[in-house]
Each structure stands twice: as C-alpha cells, then as structure tokens.
Design a protein around this ligand. Structure first.
Ligand code: OAD
Length: 251
C-alpha cells in the first residue's frame, strides 16, 4: 500500500486539475443500493420494466412509483465521507471536477461546485410532451403520476436505457478527462457506456488513472493504480496525505 501511495503522491505533487468519475459504489456507504453484484438493484428488478421509456408509456404509474421510492431513500440518506472528502479536495487543487453517473445529487450536497451528472438527477423532472421542466418540485398528488399543464405526463429526468446522455454534461466530461492531471474512478463497475468512456478518454490522453473500488473491475488492468477498499475510507486517507504535504496546498 505504501508503495502505491508513493506513486500517487508524486502524481498529486504536480497536479492542478483533478477529476473524480463516480458511480453507485460511492453512495453505497450512505445506504443507497448499487446496481450490480449480489445485492444490486438489477439483480432484483428488471431494467426493461423500470428504466425504459416504453415501460413508462406502458405503465407510467409503476415507473413513477419506483422513482418516488428511490427518491425517498435518497431523502433519508446523506452524503458520506467519500463525497465530503472529494469536496474538500477543492481546497488543495486549482480545479476539482466531478463526473458522476449517480442521480442522488450527493456530490452537490457535499459541497462539490462543479458536478456533471451524466445520468440525470432524481430531483428533476420534465414533461414528455412539451419538455417543461419541474426541477426540485414536490409533484406528488395522491401518489398519481403528475401531469403538465399541457396534459403531458411528467417523467423523472433520469437517463433510461437506450436514451442519449445530456449533451453538455457529456461533452464537458470528455473535455475534463482530456485536460485533467489525475482521474480518480470511484465505485463504478464501468460497464455502462457511453459514461464509461470517460476513464478510457483520460487513458488515451496519457492521464494518471487511479481506481478506488472494493473489488477488481474492467478498468483494473488499464489504471495506473488500484486502491481496493471502501471509498469512504480510502479517499480520506489520500486527502490526509495531500494535507501533510503542505507544498500541494494552493494557500
Ligand atoms: P454498479 O452497481 O454497476 O457498480 C458499483 C461499483 O461500486 C462496483 O464495482 C462495486 O464493487 C463498487 N462498490 C460498492 N461499494 C463500494 C464502496 N463502499 N466503495 C467503493 N466501491 C464500492 O454501479 P455503476 O457503475 O454506477 O444507470 O452503474 C452504472 C449505471 O448502471 C448506473 O448509473 C445506472 C445503472 O444502470 C442508469 O440508471 C442510467
């Protein structure tokens, strides 16, 4: 482990721009279930029936209820040490950007200022007919799927299977991967594309890649450094070393 930190230490000593690419694993310690693996959501539920536009058209109530249920879990939980530590990195580097596949909004709640949400946000909604937005609004009326003034159904602003990613968030994330000094990949299986392109783009541009995960992933063979363990434990250890090296600080 010590040797691994030495490699990272040297990368951190000259780094100005750091990108964190995160997935469901970073919120696992907040009590939000991940998608894959033994206890993963997609092990119990069918994505075709819940995370799919045609499923919403077929049975909007089931899909709406599912997202309200997940929203409730998010409301009952809070950002954990990993989210908070990432936000603290902002005090030590010129630029810290977060590219996340998560829809829980925890990075912003933890204080990260630049967050690109590639798969949407569970607090945001829009009308499927006119596109009117209903962000951060309580739309629940007797549990029914809400309707827009134009009569269209309102859906969660979550990227469902087969849908395009938000263009701005994705192109800004690509740029971040191309121009950063270090890209941390935290708590993602990195199996869902195009989001999972982000670490490969950084690799292609010769950036230093660090993976933090409880187990090996598809990326383990291409990263410069794999740190195995819980994000909420590993990230504070990294930040502690950054703090100890006063020369890394910008103040
Ligand atoms: P996955 O569920 O596929 O992967 C979660 C990853 O987190 C796994 O590699 C775990 O080993 C790791 N992990 C679990 N607990 C951890 C911890 N405490 N610390 C560090 N790592 C931990 O989730 P994603 O990769 O985010 O898309 O999945 C990508 C997309 O697939 C999601 O955004 C979602 C899903 O379908 C949409 O909903 C559009």
């Amino acid at each position: 482990m010590l040797q691994q930190y030495e490699k990272l230490k040297s990368a951190l000593s000259s780094a100005k721009k750091i990108v964190f690419f995160t997935g469901a694993g970073i919120s696992a310690e907040s009590g939000i279930p991940t998608f894959r693996g033994k206890d993963g959501i997609w092990n119990k539920m069918k994505p075709d029936e819940l995370a799919n536009f045609n499923a919403f058209l077929r049975n909007p109530q089931i899909v709406w209820d599912w997202y309200q249920y997940r929203k409730k879990i998010v409301h009952q939980a809070s950002p954990n040490h990993a989210h908070l530590t990432i936000s603290e990195f902002q005090n030590y580097f010129d630029e810290v950007l977060v590219v996340t596949q998560n829809v829980d909004g925890f990075h912003s709640r933890a204080g990260s200022e630049i967050v690109y949400e590639l798969h949407g946000n569970i607090e945001k909604n829009y009308c499927i007919d006119c596109g009117k937005r209903f962000d951060f609004e309580n739309l629940e009326i007797e549990g029914k799927v809400p309707k827009c003034g134009c009569g269209g159904l309102i859906r969660p602003d979550i990227v469902w299977f087969g849908e395009l990613l938000p263009e701005d968030a994705y192109s800004l994330s690509e740029l971040a991967a191309e121009t950063c000094d270090i890209l941390f990949v935290i708590g993602t299986s990195a199996l869902v594309f195009p989001a999972a392109n982000i670490p490969y783009i950084a690799k292609k541009h010769g950036k230093f890649l660090v993976e933090v995960n409880i187990e090996k992933t598809e990326l383990s063979s291409i990263v410069d450094l794999s740190l195995f363990g819980k994000a909420g434990e590993i990230l504070p250890q990294i930040l502690q070393r950054v703090k100890e090296e006063k020369s890394y600080g910008k103040n």
